[in-house]
Design a protein around this ligand. Sequence first.
Ligand code: NAP
Length: 256
Amino acid sequence: MSAMFDLTGRVAVVTGANTGIGQGIAVALAAAGADVAAVGRTPAEETAEKVRALGRKCELVQADLSSIAPVGDVVAQVLEKLGGLHILVNNAGIIRRADAVDFTEEDWDAVVDTNLKSVFFLSQAAGRHMIANHEATGQRGKIVNIASMLSFQGGIRVPSYTASKSGVAGLTKLLACEWASKGVNVNAIAPGYIATNNTAALQSDETRNRQILERIPENRWGSPADMGGAAVFLSSGAADYIQGHILAVDGGWLAR
Ligand code: NAP
């Protein structure tokens, strides 16, 4: 049974892998056997140490994904440094908070460009390689997007974030429809409330923190490590017949 989840010989690209959910996923994929390319604007030295301690390779690829300029080079560097590209985890993301009536174009563009536009064009660049590789070798490609509770719900004071993560859910389904027949699985993980830099403001707001915890049946914030199992599953042969699914890993938040 464990063979279904084995990622030995696979190369996984994880964006925003220096911290938080990206780091948790990179380490889990390495524990399942994958070599890792940690892509981001801040070098993922700590993640690389953790991956290498598991006996897997880790290469750092510098890229600022606030624009799509680096996407072609990211794929080229991964292929050159690690000799393949089988799994792409689109994790890098940002959030900006302000009332909708005051929300600026700058905060709209910054979030949508990073969380949605770069996700599509990096998926396109990686997907082209995965489709060709599937034709040549029969190996399947796996794309795992990081969505959000705000792929399902509205949220408040985060209009560009909600738009981007709802877009990520739609894009996940579109790419699955186009690429399922070409040997690429495209799915997403929708994390609930996870204790990372991204949610530091919410965690330190006493009222919001209490309201959030009251709604989570697990009665705790999730950790980056909590995302690892779902990422390994969706990246593995065990999920070969799963397409366009947005898997909530949320301690029961959406079930409430
Ligand atoms: P985080 O700790 O703030 O990590 C975000 C990561 O994205 C960092 O590695 C960051 O790199 C990277 N990143 C941001 N802008 C980038 C850019 N322009 N180019 C390259 N990398 C960039 O937050 P997190 O909570 O782990 O978030 C990871 C993903 O999960 C995001 O897509 C987020 O929306 C999503 N998510 C989080 C939660 C949650 O509760 N935490 C819930 C649902 C979804 P730097 O360190 O260089 O900024």
